[in-house]
Design a protein around this ligand. Structure first.
Ligand code: M6R
Length: 608
């Protein structure tokens, strides 16, 4: 997730901008840059790697005199982490400088449009399109040019902008990406997050979607998308810096759970056009997709649970055989891979040692590899033959939530693409599936709203000794993830079982009061899983069921029921996992565990 800071006032801008960026470091980034305006010219500096490099390069900002400027920490999405792709980006004359958070979904179309008009691009970023588009529309009035750009771009953005012929001014606008304005004593600031401005002011304006702002040393004006002036209320920030970095949430895990609607949207929407799926980065024609006879999905931990879900989805939807494998097993098994196989490696960090080794093993055997990775430029992203990014932004809590959700989306899209190419589903079915996918962000939001009830339920189980998760098919994959979430952050022993397997041994562990979480979202398996619920409850289990809206039959056999909104049976994991994440989180909080950094665990497992 990128960070934005901007300042205009009486002080020197560069040190203030560098300091503000440092406060946003927790968000993760791979490069940084700033543009400072001394009233005559705009100077730019960029660096790859830590902020320290940029500070050294600019002598802590001293070699960039000027009292207004914008700055950015970049988390690569479009284009590798490099100096040239780092922000700010400019028009050719260097008279407009732009920093951007978010994703311009139609950037390729706009890039082609502008290139045809003679615009030359330096970077691979979607942001550069904005700089040239501003140039295209600019006629001396920044607000007018910005509103015209807003009508052309699709996606999410928070933008900070300098115009050479408007000294002492900075401009900003947002849509679906956070942005605030800080009202300081010796100048005013913009930032993507509150911590960047707290040293200078606690008085802030929260910019809403499609609102624009113009800042000078003394004034702050706001406009709507029509360019009309609007009034906004000043708020006072009461949080301390540490809390503010978590955006007001108590833990990063809670914050990241709440980011899931956005993560899902960002991973999904740029790949949907005209009721169809476009995964341009695959660079594969339908004929090439049809030539694939078998898929291996290889990963570790939660990522492997998304792979397990995808196995069910691919096999049923695209009728292609899928082997879902653990990377630590795959790498040493001398797996049988054939010419027409595809190996998909899934990893948030892109650095997990076993997953990387599995990728290398597959490449050694000469099969095509595809990485589904969150961290741009990571080892798996670099080494896989094809790469499909999940746009979840940096994930800080050890327990993955938003990256998990994004991995599911990436695989649903791939499955639809394969099913369509293999002529198993037609245009109408694709359109129906996409309709359901597009609803997921709002449905996740709805489930997150129910957190109070789940917290109350979780509080009853902080002393639990064992918890079991059961389900069949995709519900089994969901159970695996629910169980892992709980054990890794609450240290409560838990196991996930394919519901039909229980009676082959595990059911002997069920005692009076044992909590069993039953996931029942697959309609064709309702009856079967309900029978398993009866089996455990008749042995004394307390049953929490997660099921689809309308499946009220479950209330007859379960003690506590959580309903998920209606969606295609392929996508229920994306919804059913939300209450299970919340349950684990609140059990962990209730027990006083270190939620974000559970004992013995690391965010990125780079050793075997
Ligand atoms: O970075 P990766 O996605 O490759 O990590 C894989 C697992 O280590 C990871 O999912 C782990 O299981 C999480 N801590 C689960 O929350």
């Amino acid at each position: 997730m990128c960070g934005i800071v901007g300042y205009t006032g009486t002080g020197q801008a560069a040190p203030i901008l560098l300091d503000g960026l440092a406060k946003l470091e927790y968000r993760g980034y791979d490069s940084a840059g700033l543009a400072v305006f001394d009233g005559k010219k705009i100077t730019m500096q960029k660096a790859v790697g830590r902020l320290k490099v940029l500070s050294e390069q600019t002598h802590d900002g001293e070699m960039m005199p000027g009292t207004s400027g914008i700055a950015h920490t970049r988390w690569a999405t479009h284009g590798a982490p490099s100096r040239i792709n780092a922000h700010p980006h400019s028009n050719v004359e260097r008279s407009i400088s732009v920093v951007h958070n978010g994703i311009i979904e139609n950037y390729l179309k706009l890039r082609n449009y502008l290139a045809a008009k003679g615009y030359v691009f330096e970077s691979e970023t979607d942001t550069e399109v904005v700089a040239h588009l501003l140039d295209y529309y600019y006629n001396g009035d920044p607000i007018e040019a910005m509103t015209k750009v807003m009508h052309r771009v699709e996606g999410s953005y928070a933008l900070g902008i300098l115009f050479l012929d408007h000294p002492g001014e900075i401009y900003a606008v947002r849509k679906d990406s956070p942005l605030i304005v800080g009202k300081g004593k010796d100048g005013n600031l913009i930032a993507s997050d509150v911590p960047a401005v707290l040293k200078y002011t606690r008085q802030v304006y929260f910019i809403q979607n499609e609102e624009l702002t113009r800042l000078t040393e003394k004034d702050i004006c706001f406009y709507n998308v029509e360019g009309e002036t609007i009034n906004k209320e000043l708020s006072t920030i009461e949080w301390d810096v540490d809390a503010a970095e978590k955006g007001g949430y108590e833990h990063f895990m809670l914050k990241e759970m709440h980011e899931q609607p956005k993560t899902v949207r960002d991973t999904l929407m740029p790949r949907i056009r005209d009721n169809d799926v476009y995964i341009e980065e695959l660079g594969m024609s339908d004929d090439e997709i049809r030539a694939i006879h078998r898929i291996h999905i290889v990963a570790c931990g939660s990522a492997s649970h998304t792979g397990m879900t995808a196995k069910y989805v691919f096999e049923e939807m695209a009728r292609i055989p899928v082997v879902a494998d653990l990377a630590s097993e795959f790498r040493y098994r001398d797996p049988i891979l054939e010419k027409n196989d595809l190996v998909i490696i899934i990893s948030q960090s892109g650095e997990t040692a076993d997953s990387l080794a599995a990728l290398r093993e597959a490449k050694k055997k000469g099969v095509m590899t595809l990485g589904i990775v969150n961290v741009v430029g990571s080892s798996i992203a670099r080494e896989a033959d094809k790469i499909m990014y999940t746009w979840a932004g940096p994930e800080i809590a050890v327990a993955t939530t938003k990256a998990y959700s994004a991995q599911l989306i990436a695989q649903y899209l791939l499955a639809i693409k394969f099913a369509e190419a293999r002529n198993i589903i037609g245009k109408e079915e694709v359109a129906e599936l996409l309709k359901d996918l597009k609803k997921l962000p709002d449905q996740i939001e709805l489930l997150l709203h129910n957190k109070g009830n789940i917290q109350r339920f979780a509080n009853r189980y902080i002393a639990a000794k064992d918890v079991f998760f059961i389900g069949r098919g995709i519900d089994y994959a969901i159970s695996l993830e629910g169980s892992l979430k709980l054990k890794e952050i609450s240290y409560i022993h838990s196991e996930a079982y394919a519901a039909g397997e229980l009676k082959h041994g595990t059911i002997s562990l069920i005692e009076d009061g044992t909590l069993v979480a039953a996931v029942i979202t697959q309609e064709k398996l309702y009856k079967k899983t309900i029978s398993n619920v009866v089996e455990v409850s008749s042995r004394g289990a307390f049953v929490l069921a997660v099921t689809n809206e309308g499946n009220t039959e479950v209330e007859k056999v379960a003690d506590y029921v959580i309903y998920i909104p209606e969606t295609s049976h392929y996508f229920t994991n994306s919804l059913a996992i939300i209450p299970l994440q919340l349950f684990s989180y609140y059990v962990s909080v209730g027990k006083g565990c270190d939620v974000d950094k559970p004992r013995n665990l690391a965010k990125s497992v780079t050793v075997e």
